[in-house]
Design a protein around this ligand. Structure first.
Ligand code: GLV
Ligand code: MN
Ligand code: MN
Length: 414
């Protein structure tokens, strides 16, 4: 075996910490909503780091960033890696970022080792992996894979009613969204490095999780319309309180997930906006966004149907108007057996412990799987905590993840 690439973990940690300071919230909280000022600044910083690594940087019409290390064989499809740098409100510094900045460090380590790729290696920074602005996750990778129809893209609105074109203009992006789509075969493969966001690797003291399957995500948006009024004078039998209907629906989500018959079904009502939002006023309107996931599409679909039926019945009983929208219901993705095998071999050759596992979180790899073979490398994170400011992955864990990524990229690109 060739000498293992050497990872400059000090430099990488510094870059991760500096990127975390580009946030809409004070440290240690990271918030970078799609095309907010912080997101745009963070994107500019990452593009600079790519250029410093002598990568050729381009952006597509939705802002997916591609940083390419050209190979000697121009006819060979590139091998891709990468992840996202947008962050939900009240997030930490590692989700997505480890795969982006770690991907750049993997490339730099190969450059320092004097490696010259035959196939190009391309780092992708996907636009809006998080469902923050439009309530839809993996916006960039959905468009790359051609799974989001133009009419659905055009209908996207944020909480202020602004559409994607408005935000593209803010970001200085032009061009037709049709041009974002890539053909199957555009990449020879895609390998995403990410923190596990769950407790398995830490509990088992294993350095690398090699993902075999990504669970199927789905989400619903419910708009509830009741009747508002004075909290002192509208007597209880007269009430049509939108919040109370929403609260009952949230409990129905829990019930559907718990009783689905599959231990992998999870349901969360993570958005609950209430109007008018005054303590002395009966809530007249509520918006709920509900996230349901499963490894099994059959139990996922049954849970969704149960939640929708419960919502209709609760709203009817309470005299509440209901508008229900399925934002997304996606299929699970299987990782490519050959890429999984390669990752297992790389870990064994480097003397790094690994186990195969499923991903319960979704990732851009879910959509890249529609156009090329994919696999994912997970590293442990403290307490399995993610989507929180105290999310943490230690230098040793990150170093091993980047090392395995670099060596896998070397074998795939040579
Ligand atoms: C991705 O951030 C997810 O919610 O799984
Ligand atoms: Mn996330
Ligand atoms: Mn992520």
């Amino acid at each position: 075996m060739k000498p293992a690439p050497e990872i400059d973990i000090g430099r990488l940690q510094k870059e991760i910490a500096e990127l975390a300071l580009i946030s809409e919230s004070p440290p240690p909280v990271v918030t970078r909503v799609l095309f907010s000022e912080a997101d745009l600044k963070a994107r500019a910083r990452v593009k600079d780091i790519c250029r410093q690594a002598r990568l050729a940087v381009r952006e597509d019409a939705v802002g997916n960033i591609f940083a390419r290390w050209e190979g000697t064989d121009k006819a060979a499809a590139a091998i891709a890696t990468g992840s996202h740098i947008d962050a939900i409100p009240n997030a930490g510094q590692y989700d997505g970022v480890v795969g982006v900045l770690g991907g750049i460090e993997a490339v730099r380590a190969l450059q320092r080792a004097g490696f010259q790729p035959r196939r190009a290696i391309e780092l992708i920074v996907f636009t809006a992996e998080e469902p923050t602005r439009f309530g839809l996750g993996c916006l960039g990778s959905r468009l790359l894979a051609g799974t989001l129809p133009p009419e659905k893209t055009a209908a996207l609105r944020d909480a202020e009613g602004r559409d994607l074109d408005f935000w593209r203009r803010q970001a200085g992006l032009g061009g037709s969204l049709d041009s974002v789509r890539l053909n199957a075969g555009a990449y020879a493969g895609f390998l995403e490095l990410h923190i596990e966001q769950g407790p398995v690797l830490e509990r088992e003291n294993i350095a690398i999780g090699i993902v075999e399957k990504i669970a199927a995500p789905s989400s619903l948006r419910l708009r509830l319309t009741g009747v508002g009024g004075h909290a002192g004078t509208v007597l209880m039998p007269e009430r049509r309180d939108a919040l109370l209907a929403g609260a009952e629906i949230a409990l129905a989500v829990e019930k559907a997930a718990v009783s689905s018959g599959s231990p992998d079904t999870v349901g969360t009502a993570g958005v609950f906006r209430v109007e008018p939002g005054a303590v002395n006023s009966v809530p007249s309107r509520a918006v709920l966004e509900i996230d349901v996931r499963d490894t099994n599409p059959a139990t996922l679909n049954a849970a969704l149907a149960q939640i929708e039926a419960a919502a209709a019945q609760i709203c009817q009983k309470r005299g509440i108007g209901l508008e229900l929208e399925r934002i997304n219901v996606d299929a699970p993705a299987m990782c490519d057996a050959r890429l999984v095998e390669l990752a297992v071999r790389v870990c064994a050759d480097l003397g790094v412990s690994s186990r195969n596992m499923i991903s319960r979180a979704y990732h851009d790899a879910l959509f890249m799987a529609r156009i090329c073979p994919i696999a994912m490398l997970f590293i442990p994170c403290r307490g399995g905590v993610s989507h929180r400011p105290d999310e943490y992955a230690g230098p040793e864990q990150i170093q091993k993840g980047v090392l395995v990524l670099a060596e896998a990229l070397r074998r795939l690109a040579e």
